[in-house]
Every structure is written in C-alpha cells, then in structure tokens.
Design a protein around this ligand. Structure first.
Ligand SMILES: Cc1cc2nc3c(=O)[nH]c(=O)nc-3n(C[C@H](O)[C@H](O)[C@H](O)COP(=O)(O)OP(=O)(O)OC[C@H]3O[C@@H](n4cnc5c(N)ncnc54)[C@H](O)[C@@H]3O)c2cc1C
Length: 393
C-alpha cells in the first residue's frame, strides 16, 4: 500500500459518501478518536455514511487499499473499543444511519439502522404502544443500537428479559469486502425478520463482538406490548449479602463485594491524596447474573469528548479544576486491579472492547474458532483490529 493508493481510495470514498460526510477536520478527528475514558492518535479520516449501500462501498474501497476501519456509534463506551490501533485508518461514524426501517406490529419486531439511538427508537415505539424488552443503556440518549448490540449493553428491562442482545432477532452486517450478510429468519429471501433461531445461530457471534467481525448496518429486535402504566419501587437492604440474595442468588457477588471493599480500604490513602472517590452500581440481569460496576471519581479538567456532551454550566465549573494527570494514572491502575479481582471471582464483562480479558485462559478450541471466523469475514484483519483482544497486526 502506498500513500498514493491511500489518497486515491480516500478520494473515491469522498465521492461515494459526499464531501459533507467525509471528515478531516483535526478537532473532529480528535473527538471521534477518543471514548468516554481514553484517547488515541486520531484516525486519518472519518466518514458518516447516510445509506447502507454507500457504507458497504466505502468499506470495500478502504479494505482494498489496506486501510483499517474503526466503527463508532454514540461513542459512550470506555474500554478503548473503537479507538484506532492502526494507521492509515478510517473511522465510520454510524450515526448517519438513523432510519427506523420497519415497525412490524403484527409480527412483533422492529428493524432499525445501526446509528439509531435507543431514545429515538423508544419514542417511535411508544406511539405504537410497543417497546423492546431491554430498553437499552442509561446512556441511550446518545448510545446507538448498533454500538450497544456490539457491546451487549443492559438497562431497564434486563432484570426480567436479559441483556440487549437477548432481544436481537437478526442483523445485516457489512463484512470487510463490502458484502452484506443477513442473519436470522430474514436470511432466507422470502422470509421476514421475525425469528432468530432456525438451526445454528449465526447472529450470536456478531453480538457483543466489539465490532471485530463487521459493521452492523441494521438490527432487528423483538417487541412486546408496552404496559399502560409503569411505576417504580425501591428497596433498602440491610447488607450487601442481603441485596445479592434478595435480587440474585449468585454465589460470587458477595465474595467479590467483600474483596473489593478490602482492596479499596488498602488503596484509600492514595485515593484520598488524589481526592478520588468510588461508588458502585448494581443491576440484576435476568435470573442468572448480577452486574456490579465500581466507578472511580475525581476532579479534573474535561476533555474534548466531555466538553461536547456536558451542559455548558457544568463545563464552566469543571474548567476551574486543576488538570490531574496523576489521578488519571491512578484510576487506570485501580481499574486494572479491579478487573483482575473480577476475573478471580469469575466475573465476565459486557463491553469487552480492547480492555477486558476475554481471551485469557479461554478454551483454545474456542479461540481457534473465533480466529478462523475473523479470518473468514476479515482476512486482512482491517476491521477494528485489536478488538476482543485479537491481534492488532
Ligand atoms: C454515562 C454512561 C452511562 C452508561 N450506562 C450504561 C448502561 O446502563 N448499561 C450498559 O450496558 N452500558 C452503559 N454504558 C456504556 C455504554 O454507553 C454502552 O455500552 C452503550 O451501549 C455504547 O453504545 P455506543 O453507541 O455509544 O457505542 P460505541 O461506544 O460508539 O461503540 C461501542 C463498540 O461497538 C462498536 N460499534 C459501534 N457501532 C457499531 C456497528 N454499527 N457495527 C459494529 N460495531 C459497532 C464499536 O467499534 C465499539 O467496539 C454507559 C456509559 C456511560 C458513559
């Protein structure tokens, strides 16, 4: 691949997506190349395709020229999931693909383009008295359905219906060569998208793949009738043990909680020195999972991502803070230690990205099958290289 090949390819891609959707502005590329927590060297260019054929054609041209592709939805993850690892590279901002393709009330499914946000889809479904069993993450004002299904996000409804990917019936995925693969019942040309399982489930590997296997163009999700009334109840539990047993009889939640408390007590002096606090968020997932999310907080100056996603009066206040690079280093280290602790307690992760130990100690046959699948759909390893912990080169 020469510099000329790359510029010729970028020029052709501009012609396909339109100049207004071909982004080279430095600040925009810097913004798109950072997530909620980390930043990487910016991609060479970014595109915001507005149709699926233009997305597919752009992917084919890019990979033909050896350009790596990183796809991003709302950008609300914090596990380096779409951060570039190779250059030259193009970031695909999928938010231009924001059509609700079909709400099928008779067969109870909705098909949306990947860049639709959860809030947008929920608003449309509410008008029809419908909802998706898992209502998506709390970040759903910005987070896209495509990004969330690639992460396995959970949210309201997960306690009863499981994580978001359990609501998925089928996908259309743009593969590295620009071809579009359909999964689920719609993969047979005269059938609609109403059902996921008919023989081996090909949708599954593309769910929670952190974008390693392709670019989701559409997602079909199951629907249920929206209750006429929803209300909330809150409970106070006397101890964490009670909480985990009250909500979930999962054996490892309480031992992890105790180990985390011991760890935080050990590290408290450093955290206090950096004015750092820790809170935890818990959530039930169906009948067999207990989500435990420790969050570290400290005062710092906002980066570009947060500037664009936070109300001005909060940014004004935060701008009075001193930059705290050492607190950020400490937070990264604490995060890594907590991930080790989670691993020791049998924890698994939803948003794997490039941060969580998905491949560690995994059955080698499983890893081999995954590597073969990756090679089949992305033979040059150009789609989000490094995602899931797969090789970057
Ligand atoms: C304030 C806040 C609240 C949050 N609340 C929750 C919560 O309640 N529950 C929860 O589970 N998570 C939560 N998260 C984490 C995160 O927001 C979710 O995982 C969310 O679903 C990410 O969606 P996104 O569109 O922002 O994805 P992105 O961050 O843009 O991308 C995530 C991954 O998906 C890939 N990807 C994106 N689009 C596509 C596509 N079309 N095809 C293939 N791959 C793609 C990217 O390459 C990347 O690997 C929260 C985060 C924040 C900051």
């Amino acid at each position: 691949m020469t510099g000329e090949d790359v510029s010729a390819a970028l020029q052709r891609i501009t012609g396909i997506v339109g100049e207004e959707n071909f982004l080279t502005d430095d600040e925009e590329l810097r913004y798109l190349s950072q997530d909620y927590f980390n930043a990487a060297n910016p991609v060479t260019a970014a595109i915001r395709p507005t149709t699926i054929p233009s997305l597919a054609e752009a992917v084919a041209i890019a990979t033909d020229a050896g350009i790596a592709i990183f796809q991003r939805g709302g950008g609300y993850s914090y596990t380096d999931a779409y951060l570039p690892t190779r250059w030259p590279s193009i970031l695909i901002d999928t938010r231009g693909l924001d059509r609700i393709v079909e709400i099928n009330q008779r067969d109870m499914f909705v098909t949306v383009e990947a860049g639709c946000t959860w809030a947008q889809v929920d608003e449309a479904l509410a008008k029809a008295g419908l909802r998706i069993p898992c209502a998506g993450p709390q970040s759903g004002l910005w987070a896209t359905i495509g990004g969330s299904i690639s992460q396995g996000a959970l949210g309201h409804g997960s306690g009863r219906s499981g994580i978001s990917t359990e609501s998925v019936l089928g996908l259309e995925v743009v593969l590295a060569d620009g071809s579009i693969m359909t999964t689920g019942s719609a993969a047979q040309s005269r059938h609609n998208a109403f059902f996921r399982f008919y023989g081996p489930d090909v949708t599954g590997p593309f769910c929670q793949d952190s974008g390693a296997l392709g670019i989701k163009a559409t997602i079909t999700l199951r629907l249920q009738t929206r209750p006429a009334l929803t209300d909330g109840l809150s409970f106070v539990c006397d101890s964490f043990d009670a909480a985990s047993q009250a909500i979930f009889p999962l054996s490892q939640a309480a031992p992890f909680h105790d180990a985390l408390q011991r760890f935080l007590a050990e590290r408290r002096p450093e955290m206090t020195q950096h004015n750092m606090g820790a809170v935890s968020v818990y959530s039930a997932t169906s009948t067999n999972g207990f989500l435990y999310e420790p969050v570290f907080q400290w005062t710092d100056v906002p980066d570009l991502f947060h500037r664009r996603h936070t109300p001005g009066h909060i940014i004004e206040r935060a701008d009075r803070n001193e930059p705290k690079p050492s607190a950020r280093v400490l937070a990264s280290e604490l995060k890594d230690r907590v991930v080790d602790l989670m691993f020791e307690h049998g924890g698994i992760h939803l948003q794997i990205g490039k941060a969580y130990p998905y491949l560690v100690d995994r059955d080698p046959r499983h890893i081999r099958l995954l590597a073969e699948l990756k090679a089949a759909v992305d033979p040059q390893n150009l789609i989000n290289p490094g995602a899931l912990g797969l090789p970057v080169e």
